[in-house]
Design a protein around this ligand. Structure first.
Ligand SMILES: *Cc1c(COP(=O)(O)O)cnc(C)c1O
Length: 363
């Protein structure tokens, strides 16, 4: 069979799909920039610069049951998460990262041509997963201060609309959506997914509202605050009916045992983890002030563990590349709604200092 024949067999609607723009691991960054791996300052993935709880490594080293399949019903996991969130375990489903849950929710609800509301600029996984599931992305731009446009969403909703995604705090802008606004959207009678991947940094959540509403979902992650991005563990708080359906359609063994053990150890070491969250929050405020001191940058206030900066004078791409040469990696944006902008993850204090020095060296 020729490659042309195979090409014709691939779903037509995927041909035009834009690949998701993921971040590269430290060894690749090191090679790309020509700096030794110890010199890589990675401020591009909103990862936790303090790593995970030290209890995780110890527990993983001694765990005796890796040869046994994990529990397809996630009983222990869901119980532990229920205790953390303060809802019944029947509302919880865990995923291999909250990314997996975004995909599963869309698989559950979308039929070809169904619509998903995406409040741009926001997290790229929503449109990516929507298109893979055969849905249609309807972009509703946020306003100048990156608040969602409720009137615009109401106008965009039609009989084909199934899901509305709201990240709160939003990535990459760092601002939250109020509970009042979320409830306004819930009234529209579509599935409202509030992605709270950064909730531990903002101290805000709408999770307690889920049991009272049949169409509200809250997604959470252990990637950012708990430092487990590499183990892929996230979860959602769902109306029970949706939780049951997701448990039915997910891959039976989606959470590996290493991730399960790591999650349980993390929840048993809250004091340590809350300490690192507090360090990141204070460093965010210091980073914000230092960035603001540089006259060519305009940082946007953030409730997450990263800061969006508009480049007021100069070229964001030049800054991005200049930093890269110095071993400092951040995210660069130049889209219609995010012109000439940078997103900087909050690192350790020494990372902030190295970043500011490098920025002064470039501009
Ligand atoms: C990082 C991020 C996620 C992904 O979390 P995982 O649990 O690592 O899949 C989800 N939503 C937003 C808004 C994020 O920034």
């Amino acid at each position: 069979m020729s490659s042309g024949d195979i090409q014709k067999m691939i779903r037509g609607d995927l041909g035009s799909l834009k690949a998701y723009q993921p971040i590269a691991p430290p060894d690749v960054l090191s090679e790309r920039a020509g700096v030794p791996i110890e010199g890589v300052i990675k401020l591009d993935g909103n990862e936790n610069p303090y790593g995970c709880s030290p209890m995780v490594g110890r527990a993983l080293a001694g765990y005796p049951f890796y040869h046994v399949y994990p529990d397809p019903e996630q009983r222990e996991l869901r119980k532990a998460l229920a205790g953390y969130v303060g809802v019944d375990a029947a509302h919880i489903v865990a995923g291999a990262g909250s990314d997996e849950l975004i995909d599963l929710i869309l698989r559950l609800f979308l039929e070809p041509g169904d619509r998903v509301i995406n409040c741009i600029p926001t997290f790229g996984m929503y449109p990516f997963c929507t298109e893979i599931c055969g849905g249609k992305v309807i972009d509703v731009p946020r306003d100048k201060s990156y608040a969602i446009d409720i009137a615009g969403i109401k106008e965009a909703v039609n009989e084909k609309t199934k899901v509305i995604f709201i990240a709160s705090p939003n990535n990459p802008t760092g601002n939250i959506t109020t509970q009042r606004d979320i409830l306004e959207l819930v009234k529209l009678g579509r599935v409202v997914v509030v992605d709270e991947a950064y909730s531990e940094f903002s101290g805000t959540t709408v999770a307690p509202l889920v049991p009272e509403h049949g169409n509200l979902i809250v997604l959470r992650s252990f990637s950012k605050w708990a430092g487990l991005a590499g183990l892929r563990i996230g979860y959602g708080i769902f109306p029970t009916l949706i939780a049951e359906q997701l448990l039915k359609i997910k891959q039976p063994y989606n959470i590996n045992l290493a991730a399960q053990v790591a999650l349980q150890e993390s929840l048993a070491d809250m004091e340590y983890l809350q300490g690192t969250v507090q360090k990141i929050i204070s460093e965010r405020e210091r980073l914000f002030a230092r960035l603001g001191d540089l006259r060519f940058l305009k940082p946007f206030p953030s409730q997450a563990n990263f800061i969006l900066c508009a480049v007021a004078k100069g070229d964001a791409q030049v800054i991005h590349e200049g930093l890269q040469k110095r071993g400092v990696f951040i995210r660069y944006y130049d889209t219609s709604l995010l012109r000439n902008s940078l997103r900087i993850s909050v690192g350790r204090p020494e990372h902030t200092d190295a970043l500011i020095d490098a920025l002064k060296g470039i501009c």
